[in-house]
Design a binder for this molecule. Structure first.
Ligand code: SF4
Ligand code: SF4
Length: 767
């Protein structure tokens, strides 16, 4: 992979007594190695992709330790990997994005939790909840409760996170249950330091292999009738053992405070936010010393009844700080206290909102509401409320001052190979009319935003085709499913393609084959050109589809918009029944640019020939209707003032970030838009042929150009004021300004963005 995690890998090598500095998720990665894991796996997804990426890059180090790393094809595979810890004293850690990944892994998790484990099994969850989240807003807590998996939610500071990884393995082994480590986005990205320990080899590993399988033990299978005794074990043995361990090892913390008639019970992951809000109100300091006692639940599940009762003893009221619904912790605390006859009032939802991220603003208001309701001695609750109001009073004014901010939806990267496919769908729909489009997870879901606004449902990763199964037989037109190659391997090949062929479906599926799982940070897929070792994977989507019985199959280069339009129309109209699959083939532009940048820099260093292609708009031909922008949505395509003083509409313009993918020209061509677009090849270190061709072109242009009429002013885009636009065009439009492509050669090294294509065109015109 072109990215390098070298620095991060170096951090994993730190030994006892050295200081680790970095992000929370890297600290977890180091903590796994310090805990003596024998295997690591997972499925990428923000905010935990980094763990697996770094592990993959740390091959040498892991080989020394005998740690096996598996890049799983989905979360179910990662969860099933933990099966190694059911029978063997092998410690293992897996990771994925939650809640979506936990949903996918749910079956394997239930079947893991029921028999339980001998070796420590830790699941690092990237809890994508709250501001900036990218998945449906649910929490992982329910899975922990229903499956008897213990849920750690460490306070986001590095020593606590690292300690909880270590203790997580011990807890898992002591209670024979898997453990989840819940890391919110902020915890993954919090930076800090901790004193490292040496990495440890697992008891058994690739370096010291087990002799053989254990004796057959039926009790280790999640299978009836033993599942009934396993249920009893979970409740009657593993739960009390876990609670005892949590209490003895002091995994939860209490921050004392002088105003002890009230208190806060906070999920560990929210502790920093709560302390920050208290500090803003002078109820805590910057070092975490609080005037009001706080019980920090670094273990969110199970709660330890004795600890809860001890903390609440003598308190009139506590505020439970727990994001989202249902209020699992608040309900449990109520039950624990009422069951023991305690009369501490439990507040939570009501003072705090029932849904959404507990940002600083939310916490400030929640604390003020709690204090107003409880009015403890030593705090002027009304003054706190006034202070919070004053702190937040500027917000309506600020909002009014900025006015309506135009929405800025996320978008495909410049030059993305997936954008042309949606331009093609829009063009095809002009002819075939609108149809149902089942969208999917991946970069291509950006097509649900303007300017494409395409997609009627999203049911999960790789589920687009499956989600159209009941649409197709009930709709006059064939639905179109759109799926990425990541989604195809994650789920789509089975739930979508195999099921559709088996059920004799008749829809259309577009598979975006960009070569990587890129929405999660550029990870390899089974069908990538090469695996992480650099060797070809030998797995192809096309062959897989054919082996499943897909007969109508076309592979089309994504940038060939015209061909894509024709193929789509054919797929929609053909009398042939059965699934019709179009593989839209085009390497992810971000990955391509990463690779090209390195290659080109290398070539330039050697003085070798490098060609960069850029596109531009002839602003004297552009009519300003902006169909090109509406059909491509490329962020490098924008508008600028019309150079014609008689015309108001801004003209289209291509800015420096253009990567020359060619979509502009393709769309203009396929949509029969206008001939405004031209292409420029910027050649560094040109060879003799380039120079000769350029010289011939220049001569022809010179010969054809009405030189005296092209003033320097018109070259700069300022037409003579007395000329009408058509006159100005006739005068200022030499043959150079005919329809693209035009090729210019220059001996200038143009590798820097300060030396863009228009300079070269202008210099040609000035001849
Ligand atoms: S990361 Fe790649 S596939 Fe995703 S939007 Fe960017 S160019 Fe397209
Ligand atoms: S050629 Fe057009 S669509 Fe492609 S990157 Fe440049 S401006 Fe964007």
């Amino acid at each position: 992979m072109e990215r390098s995690f070298k620095k991060d890998v170096d951090a994993l090598r730190l030994g006892a007594g050295e200081t680790f500095r970095g992000e929370g998720i890297l600290a977890v990665t180091k903590a796994l190695l310090q805990s003596g894991v024998s295997y690591v796996g997972g499925y990428q997804g923000a905010p935990v992709s980094h763990l697996l990426d770094v592990m993959v890059d740390a091959e040498d180090l892991l080989a020394d330790l005998g740690v096996h790393v598996e890049t799983c094809t989905n979360e179910a595979a990662a969860a099933a990997m933990l099966g190694a810890s059911i029978n063997y004293p092998l410690r293992g850690g897996v990771t994925w994005k939650s809640i979506v990944g936990t949903n996918v892994a749910a079956d394997a998790l239930s079947n893991l939790a029921s028999p339980g484990v001998i070796g420590g099994a830790l699941i690092v969850l990237g809890e994508d909840y709250g501001e900036g989240a990218s998945v449906i807003q649910e929490r992982s807590y329910a899975y922990a409760m229903k499956s008897s998996i213990w849920l750690l939610d460490p306070r986001p500071d590095l020593p606590t996170i690292v300690h909880m990884v270590k203790k997580g393995f011990e807890l898992s082994e002591a209670s024979h249950a898997p453990v989840m480590l819940d890391l919110r986005v902020r915890a993954c990205h919090v930076t800090g330091e901790f004193i490292a320990e040496d990495n440890k080899r697992g008891l058994y590993s690739g370096q010291r292999r087990l002799e053989g399988p254990p004796r057959f033990e039926y009790g280790r299978l999640a299978h009836p009738p033993v599942i009934f005794s396993q249920e009893r074990l979970k409740i009657e043995q593993r739960l009390p053992t876990a609670q005892k361990f949590i209490r003895e090892q002091k995994l939860n913390e209490v921050i004392p405070g002088e105003i002890d008639e009230i208190g806060f019970i906070v999920l560990g992951g929210l502790t920093n936010g709560l302390l920050r809000a208290l500090a803003r109100l002078d109820l805590a300091d910057l070092y975490g010393v609080s005037r009001i006692p706080i019980s920090v639940l670094n273990v969110a599940y199970p709660l330890v009844p004795e600890e809860v009762r001890e903390f609440c003893a003598g308190k009139r009221a506590v505020l439970v700080v727990e994001e989202g619904s249902p209020d699992y912790v608040e309900q449990q605390i109520n039950v624990l206290l009422r069951g023991a006859g305690g009369d501490t009032e439990v507040l939570g939802k009501g003072c705090l909102p029932r849904s959404g991220d507990y940002s600083l603003e939310v916490l400030l208001r929640g604390i003020a509401a709690f204090l107003s309701q409880t009015r403890p001695d030593g705090i002027d609750a009304d003054a706190v409320s006034r202070r919070v109001d004053a702190m937040l009073a500027h917000k309506p004014g600020a909002l009014a001052a900025v006015g309506d901010i135009p929405p800025r939806p996320p978008n495909f990267c410049t030059g993305c190979p997936e954008r042309p496919v949606f331009a093609a769908i829009k063009l095809a729909q002009r002819d075939i009319g609108p149809t149902h489009i089942s969208a999917d997870i991946g970069c291509h879901s950006f097509a649900t935003f303007a300017p494409f606004s395409l997609g009627n449902s999203i049911l999960g990763y790789g589920m687009s085709l499956a989600s159209a199964a009941a649409v197709a037989p009930n709709m006059a037109k064939r639905p179109i499913g759109v799926m990425g190659d990541g989604g195809f391997w994650h789920n789509g090949v089975i739930t979508g393609v195999a099921s559709n062929v088996f059920n004799k479906g008749d829809g259309v599926l577009i598979i975006m084959q960009n070569g990587y799982a890129f929405a999660t940070g550029q990870q390899y897929l089974p069908s990538s050109n090469a695996s992480r070792s650099g060797a070809p994977t030998g797995i192809s989507i096309e062959r897989t589809l054919r082996s499943l019985g897909v007969h109508w199959l076309r592979t089309v280069r994504t940038y060939s918009v015209g061909k894509m339009v024709t193929t789509l129309k054919e797929a929609m109209r053909t009398a042939e029944r059965g699934l019709k699959v179009i593989i839209a083939d085009g390497e992810c532009m971000l990955a391509r640019q990463r690779r090209l940048r390195v290659e080109q820099a290398e070539k330039l260093k050697r003085g070798a020939r490098v060609v960069k292609t850029r596109f531009g708009v002839d602003d004297e031909i552009c009519t300003g209707d902006h169909s090109c922008i509406r059909l491509s949505g490329c962020p490098s395509l924008t508008v600028k003032p019309n150079p014609d003083p008689l015309l108001k509409e801004p003209v289209a313009a291509v800015i420096e970030s253009c990567v020359g993918c060619g979509l502009c020209g393709e769309v203009a061509h396929a949509a029969v838009l206008c001939p405004s677009f031209y292409r420029t090849d910027i050649i560094s270190n040109p060879n003799w042929l380039d120079r000769t061709v350029a010289q011939v072109r220049r001569s022809v242009i010179d010969w054809l150009s009405p030189k005296r009429e092209i003033s320097a002013q018109s070259v700069e885009g300022k037409n003579p004021p007395i000329a009408s636009k058509p006159q100005a065009r006739r005068r200022a439009r030499p043959s150079l300004r005919s329809k693209w492509p035009n090729v210019q050669a220059s001996s200038r090294v143009t590798a820097t963005p300060t030396n863009p294509a228009p300079a070269i065109i202008a210099s040609s015109l000035r001849k």
